[in-house]
Design a protein around this ligand. Structure first.
Ligand SMILES: O=c1[nH]c(=O)c2ncn([C@@H]3O[C@H](COP(=O)(O)OP(=O)(O)OP(=O)(O)O)[C@@H](O)[C@H]3O)c2[nH]1
Length: 167
């Protein structure tokens, strides 16, 4: 199958590649049509869906995959959240949510100032491009789980549901 991923972020491309390991995979930049920093589950999920549809509508691929990261708040606690969407040329759309882990309370003020989580993470971890490597989930799990591994789980949930829908 020809699969387009709506991102050039290596953490996302490598995650799709390790699940769809017999397929032709390409990453392209597409607009998520949501904020650069989604701040709810609804917005993050919508960004993933928009990316997946854009991949399918812009090319002759069989499947488009959108993976989106964001933040959300529950009972005053800030979390990093993740969503994935798989769109097929036949009109099928499949979604799945990924892990959420809590973020430090002082991140909310930085986000309110307009900073993106990726920039906050680089400053916090004193590293570069955390978003493309271990991710917030890697930093705050002491690198027990990387952003790629977290997205692998999301992509497996998408692939499994897609296979089920094709039976
Ligand atoms: O260091 C991080 N670790 C994470 O676990 C994480 N999850 C989300 N974000 C940030 O939230 C914004 C939208 O996320 P996002 O997925 O739309 O953009 P991205 O820049 O990571 O990829 P892409 O837009 O190139 O595909 C961006 O500022 C991301 O940096 C994270 N940053």
């Amino acid at each position: 199958m020809k699969i387009l991923i709506g991102s050039k972020n290596p953490a996302k491309i490598d995650a799709v590649g390790s699940v769809f390991n017999n397929d032709n995979i390409t990453g392209i930049e597409v607009p998520s049509q949501v904020s650069a920093q989604p701040v709810t589950d609804e917005e993050t999920r919508r960004g993933a869906i928009n990316r997946a549809w854009r991949c399918v509508s812009e090319s002759t691929c069989d499947i488009g995959i959108g993976l989106e990261g964001g933040v959300m708040t529950l009972d005053g606690q800030l979390y990093v959240t993740n969503w994935g969407a798989l769109a097929s040329y036949d009109g099928t759309i499949i979604t799945a949510g990924g892990a959420r882990i809590q973020l430090p309370h002082n991140f909310s003020a930085k986000l309110n100032q307009g900073l993106e989580l990726g920039d906050i993470m680089d400053e916090y971890a004193k590293r570069q491009d955390v978003r493309k490597k271990e991710g917030a989930i890697g930093i705050f799990t002491n690198e027990l789980i990387s952003r790629k591994e977290m997205f692998v789980h999301v992509v497996k949930l998408l692939k499994g549901q897609y296979n089920f829908s094709q039976k």
